[in-house]
Design a protein around this ligand. Structure first.
Ligand SMILES: [Zn+2]
Length: 301
């Protein structure tokens, strides 16, 4: 099996890296302007065999891995759950959408951080930084994203959006909370628009909860029904996010995550094909004392 993030996987097994045009995915024939949609060919039994490489972004021209017998390069190079979901979808939803795009969650970021700092978290799981949402605090680790989406974000939303969620603002005539969405990344194209403008809390909340459920399920050992539930959650999240923010908001991470359920069926729990253990060692390597010498140069005593 090849375990790598998307960029490294492309280098190792010779997948194309062209997000802007043609086929973008090595596992399916989906085109860039079809993200967040469901195609008839996606129906059928799972996991599916790899489609012909001329219909995908898998070139397989210049890799020695082709010489390995009984090794399917495409199916044995699964998407990485850590980079696709934790560093991809979670990061994009919290930082890019809620914090940067929606004006610090409609000026409620401070209230959210108060809840984060007061939360009682077992010492056995990784606690997110209390400044979660401040770019200066640095990017959260995958384990911190898991804690945040499993244990904290649902309660943050229930607290700061209570007037809308608890009292059904639309039905009761209470003025529903809403934000002006002004994306700081991405650009609107004719065939992939970005839907800027007012976003209502009652439309954002179900999308956020879907992502919380995706993160939760990916921590489990799933049976077949659980894998199909995860598949539906990921597809629903992408479709609802496209409806909320426009197709131009969706990235490759959002699409490639749709292939994680097939990888679970082949390799078992997500921890079996995740980059997380390797990334942990990157952290350890980074903390090795090099006496101020960079690029691997060490000096003896
Ligand atoms: Zn695909």
């Amino acid at each position: 099996m090849v375990v790598a993030d998307s960029a490294a996987r492309c280098k190792v097994v010779d997948f194309k890296q062209t997000f802007a045009r043609d086929y973008l995915c090595p596992y399916c024939p989906k085109h860039v302007n079809q993200l967040g949609t469901h195609k008839p060919w996606e129906e059928g039994p799972h996991p599916r065999p790899a489609p012909p490489t001329m219909q995908t972004a898998a070139r397989l021209d210049s890799t020695v891995l082709k010489k390995l017998k009984n090794f399917n390069i495409v199916l044995s190079s699964p998407p990485d759950p850590m980079h696709a979901v934790h560093g991809g979808m979670c990061q994009r939803f919290w930082f890019d959408f809620l914090v940067d795009g929606c004006g610090n969650i409609g000026k409620d970021l401070e209230a959210a951080q108060t809840i984060i700092s007061k939360a009682k978290i077992p010492t056995s799981i990784k606690r997110p930084d209390n400044r979660m949402g401040d770019r200066g605090a640095g990017p959260p680790s995958a384990e911190q994203w898991v804690t945040f989406f499993r244990c904290q974000l649902p309660f943050i939303m229930l607290h700061i959006w209570a007037p809308t969620l608890a009292y059904d603002g639309r039905a009761s005539g209470v003025r529903e909370q809403h934000f002006r969405f002004e994306p700081k990344t991405g650009s609107s194209k004719e065939d992939r628009p970005l839907l800027e403008g007012m976003k209502h809390v009652s439309d954002i909340f179900p999308v956020a909860m879907l992502l919380c459920c995706i993160v939760e399920l990916m921590e489990q050992d799933l049976d077949d029904d659980g894998v199909e539930e995860l598949r539906q959650y990921i597809k629903s999240f992408n479709i609802k996010l496209k409806d909320l923010c426009g197709q131009g908001w969706l990235t490759f991470n959002q699409h490639i995550a749709e292939h994680i359920p097939d990888a679970i069926k082949r390799f078992g729990a997500t921890r079996n094909f995740s980059c997380l253990p390797f990334e942990r060692y990157n952290g350890k390597l980074g903390r090795i004392n090099n006496s101020g010498h960079k690029q691997g140069k060490m000096r003896g005593p």
